[in-house]
Design a protein around this ligand. Structure first.
Ligand code: CA
Length: 231
């Protein structure tokens, strides 16, 4: 009972804030609340929450600016909760360092599942700092030390770029990586590349590791946003 994760809810609308608080508190989490962006940032500094649920439409500062501010000093998982449904908004939030994005209206089960994933992912990320484990899911094994990929025990031959792409996604398994993030990570911030080169490489990877590339089992496409690897 003493090891409850603390969740900071930054939400100005009372009813939605109460709704989220009820969900969170009835599921073994402790919650603290902020009604605007500035108090959200200061509560983050003073209370070191384990996760933040962040509304974008806040009365004082835009939620995106709150997110950027928090990312200047903290890697705490942030799930953006917003009525903005545009893909560009989601991409912007993910690129600014959000771990996930939930669109209003949402159900309690969806919210809880995303909270669990974000917290688990952050715990894993912490342990990654100490060693280089391998990724192992459903017969696909990526050994980061040996740079070796096997599927059901058979070695898979990937090009340098394909390997970089798969290992980047595997190290962030369960998390959506945006096209822009991937392009910058693999080809560098100034490379003259576009989504097309990414799609070509992804198609090649899927031909090598997926039983049915049209219905991928390991690497999913988040249409208009990016890719996510099986957690
Ligand atoms: Ca709002």
């Amino acid at each position: 009972m003493t090891n409850k994760h603390t969740i900071l809810i930054i939400e100005d609308e009372k009813n939605i804030g109460n709704y989220i608080e009820t969900i969170v508190n009835s599921n073994q989490y402790k919650s603290i609340r902020a009604r605007n962006g500035m108090s959200g940032i200061s509560l983050c500094v003073s209370h070191h929450p384990d996760l933040i649920l962040l509304d974008l439409g806040l009365p004082d500062v835009d939620g995106m600016d709150v997110l950027r501010k928090i990312r200047e000093f903290s890697t705490v998982p942030v799930i953006v909760i917003s009525a903005r449904t545009q893909e560009t908004e989601k991409v912007e939030a993910l690129d600014a360092g959000a771990d996930d994005y939930v669109t209003k209206p949402f159900g309690s089960e969806e919210l809880l599942a995303r909270i669990r994933t974000a917290i688990r992912h952050r715990i894993l990320a912490g342990s990654f700092a100490h060693r280089e484990p391998s990724y192992q899911r459903d017969g696909l094994v990526i050994d980061f030390d040996k740079r070796l990929v096997t599927l059901q025990g058979e070695a898979i031959h990937l090009t340098q770029i394909e390997y970089k792409l798969v290992s980047l996604l595997a190290r962030n398994a369960g998390r959506v990586l945006t096209y822009d993030f991937i392009l910058k990570d693999i080809w560098g911030p100034y490379a003259d590349t576009d989504n097309q080169i990414l799609r070509v490489n992804m198609a090649n990877i899927r031909r090598k590791i997926e039983k049915n590339p049209a219905e991928p089992h390991y690497i999913f496409t988040e249409i208009g946003v990016g890719y996510r690897m099986l957690e």
